[in-house]
Design a binder for this molecule. Structure first.
Ligand SMILES: Nc1ncnc2c1ncn2[C@@H]1O[C@H](COP(=O)(O)OP(=O)(O)OP(=O)(O)O)[C@@H](O)[C@H]1O
Ligand SMILES: [Mg+2]
Length: 507
C-alpha cells in the first residue's frame, strides 16, 4: 500500500545512466526501475555492467551521465555512508569483517545515529538490540560470539542485519549465494522473504538461474552495458531469459559427453588431514568425478592436501599406478596435477599482471624450451585460449583486476588449460560465471575428459554436479557418505533430495 507521502511508482528509478572506464563502455543509456517491496533480479553475462550500476547507486563510483531517483526524489550518494543514511545498503560479495568484534558490536559499529551520546558502544544496549534482531530473523546465534568464529554465510547474515538495523529500505545483494551451500542458500531465502514482509526492497544479482525463479518477483536484463528488457519472472521461461542475456540461444548448460573411462589416473588411499578422514577413491582417464557436500564438509580441504597446499597426516596417493608424495603445489604441478581453487583472488590470479602473463605463467617451463620464451607464440596461444573462453577484455595486455568477476575466473581456467595436466582439480569452477560461459566451461571439461584427462570437480551447485559428473562422491563431516553413478541420475532413481539427504548424513 502506498501512503500519502509515497507518491512514487518505483522506489528506485535509474534513467539514462552512462559510465566508461577508459575505452570500456560499462554502461550506456541504462535504465533500472524497481518497485517497492519486490525482489528484483538484475541479470546479465559477466561484464554486462551489473556491479558497476550498483556501485554507482551506493556511491562507490560516479556515473558520467544519467539520473537516479530514490523514493521519488533525486538521489545521489558520494560514498557508501551517504547511501546508508539515505536508506540503501549493499551486501558485498567479499566481506571484510573485523575478526575480533562480537556480532553485536559488528552490527552497531560506526552507528553515530544510535550512540552519539558517548564515544563508546554501550555493551549492554548493543547486546540487547542484537538479541532482538537475531530473534526477529530467526537466527540462532550468540550476539557475543566473535566475527572470526562465523562461517561466511553467518557473516553475510550479520551484514543483512546491519543493513536493516540502519533502516535500509533498499538492500542490494551482489551474488550473495556464490559461496553458500544449498542449506545456507535456503536460510538466506528465508531471510529475504522475511525482509520482503517488512516492506524492504531487494535487488538480487545471481548467475544461478534456478534461484531467480525461486526468490525473485521481477527482472531486468543488461547485455554489454545496454538495457535489454524488464518484466515479471512468472511471465518468462528460463530459456527466454538466457536468450535475452546472451543474445543467442544456449543449447545446453551441461553439455556432458559420455565417453568410456580409461585406466586409473589418480588413486587416493585412506587420506587423512585436517577436516577429512579416511578418504579413498579413484579417478580414471576420461572421467569427471563430482564431489558434493555442504560447505565445510571437507571437500576443499581434501583437494588442498592433494595439491600440496596443506599437509596430509596419513594416506597414500598414486598417479598412473606409481606412488607419489606431494609437498607443495609446485611439486604437484611438476607431476601433472593442476588445481583451480575456489579462492581465485588468492591462488589463481595475479590481479596486477596482464591477462597474457596470467595465462602463461604456469606454462613457463613447458615453453621455455630454449633459453628464451617464444614471445610471439606465447601471445598467439594466449589470444586463442582467451577467445575460446570468450574472455571480455580490452586487450590481452589489460591487467586482470579490470575484468569483471566471471571473466577473471575464465582467465584462471585458461591458464590451466594451457598446462594440459593429467589430473585437473576444479573447486567451484563456475562460481560467479554467467550461464553462457558456464556452458562453455562445461563443454571444455567434457572435451578435456574425452581427450583422456582425469577431472575432479568440487561444486556446491547440485544441478552442476548432477549435470556434469560420471560419478558423484558425497561428503558428510569429513567422510565420504555415498556414491552416485551418472546412470542413476539419468534414470531418475537418484534426485537432488537423495543427494542432499546424504550430504546431511543420511544413508
Ligand atoms: N575499475 C575498472 N576499471 C576498468 N574497467 C572496469 C572497472 N570496473 C569495471 N570495469 C569494466 O566494466 C565492465 C562491466 O563490469 P561489471 O563489473 O559491472 O560487470 P558485471 O555485470 O558485474 O559482471 P560479473 O557478472 O562478471 O560480476 C566490464 O567490461 C569491466 O571489465
Ligand atoms: Mg559483478
Amino acid at each position: 500500500m502506498m501512503n500519502a507521502n509515497e507518491t512514487y511508482e518505483h522506489i528506485l528509478d535509474c534513467k539514462g545512466v552512462y559510465k566508461s572506464f577508459g575505452g570500456t563502455h560499462a554502461l550506456q543509456d541504462v535504465q533500472l526501475q524497481v518497485k517497492k517491496g519486490e525482489v528484483h533480479a538484475l541479470l546479465g553475462e559477466n561484464g554486462a555492467g551489473k556491479s558497476t550500476l550498483m556501485k554507482i547507486i551506493i556511491g562507490l563510483q560516479k556515473q558520467d551521465a544519467g539520473e537516479i531517483f530514490f523514493e521519488g526524489k533525486p538521489y545521489n550518494a558520494n560514498d557508501p555512508a551517504e547511501a546508508i543514511r539515505a536508506g540503501i545498503s549493499m551486501i558485498h560479495q567479499e566481506l571484510n569483517p573485523e575478526p575480533y568484534l562480537s556480532i553485536a558490536e559488528s552490527i552497531f559499529l560506526k552507528r553515530e545515529d544510535t550512540f552519539h551520546h558517548t564515544p563508546f558502544l554501550n555493551k549492554k544496549e548493543t547486546n540487547r538490540r542484537a538479541v532482538e534482531l537475531l530473534k526477529q530473523y530467526n537466527l540462532n546465534m550468540n550476539p557475543k560470539a566473535l566475527m572470526e568464529s562465523l562461517t561466511l554465510a553467518q557473516m553475510q547474515m550479520i551484514e543483512i542485519l546491519k543493513a536493516v538495523s540502519c533502516n535500509a529500505r533498499l538492500v542490494i545483494m551482489d551474488e550473495p549465494t556464490s559461496s553458500l551451500d544449498s542449506e545456507e542458500t535456503e536460510r538466506l531465502f528465508k531471510t529475504i522473504r522475511n525482509l520482503k514482509e517488512q516492506g524492504v526492497t531487494i535487488i538480487y544479482i545471481s548467475h544461478r538461474m534456478e534461484e531467480i525463479f525461486q526468490i525473485c518477483d521481477s527482472y531486468s536484463v543488461f547485455r554489454d552495458g545496454h538495457f535489454i528488457g524488464t518484466g515479471k519472472v512468472d511471465q518468462i521461461s528460463v530459456n527466454e531469459l538466457i536468450t535475452m542475456m546472451v543474445g543467442r540461444k544456449v543449447e545446453n548448460i551441461f553439455p556432458k559427453v559420455d565417453c568410456p573411462a580409461g585406466d586409473v589416473v589418480f588413486k587416493a588411499e585412506g587420506l587423512c588431514g585436517k577436516g577429512f578422514h579416511d578418504i579413498s577413491f579413484e579417478v580414471r582417464a576420461g572421467e569427471i568425478v563430482g564431489f558434493s557436500g555442504l560447505v565445510g564438509s571437507g571437500r576443499s580441504e581434501t583437494m588442498r592436501a592433494i595439491f600440496g597446499l596443506d599437509p596430509l597426516t596419513s594416506g597414500k596417493m598414486y598417479l598412473n599406478g606409481k606412488e607419489i608424495k606431494i609437498k607443495s603445489p609446485r611439486s604437484a604441478i611438476s607431476k601433472g596435477i593442476a588445481m583451480i581453487n575456489e579462492d581465485r583472488k588468492n591462488y589463481g590470479l595475479c590481479l596486477f599482471r596482464s591477462i597474457r602473463e596470467n595465462i602463461s605463467l604456469p606454462n613457463l617451463p613447458a615453453r621455455q624450451k630454449g633459453f628464451l620464451l617464444n614471445q610471439r607464440r606465447e601471445k598467439n596461444e594466449c589470444r586463442v585460449v582467451a577467445k575460446t573462453l570468450t574472455v571480455k577484455m580490452a586487450s590481452i595486455e589489460s591487467q586482470a583486476y579490470s575484468l569483471s568477476g566471471g571473466n577473471q575466473q575464465k582467465v584462471v581456467i585458461a591458464k590451466w588449460v594451457m598446462a594440459s595436466p593429467k589430473l585437473l582439480i576444479l573447486d567451484e569452477p563456475t562460481r560467479g560465471v554467467d550461464v553462457g560461459a558456464k556452458s562453455e566451461i562445461h563443454a571444455l571439461m567434457s572435451k578435456f575428459a574425452s581427450e583422456g584427462m582425469a577431472i575432479i570437480m568440487v561444486s556446491s551447485e547440485l544441478p552442476e554436479v548432477m549435470g556434469m559428473s560420471d560419478r558423484i562422491l558425497i561428503y558428510h563431516e569429513g567422510r565420504i557418505n555415498g556414491e552416485v553413478m551418472r546412470a542413476d541420475i539419468l534414470n531418475a532413481s537418484v534426485n537432488q533430495e537423495t543427494i542432499l539427504s546424504k550430504e546431511f548424513g543420511g544413508r
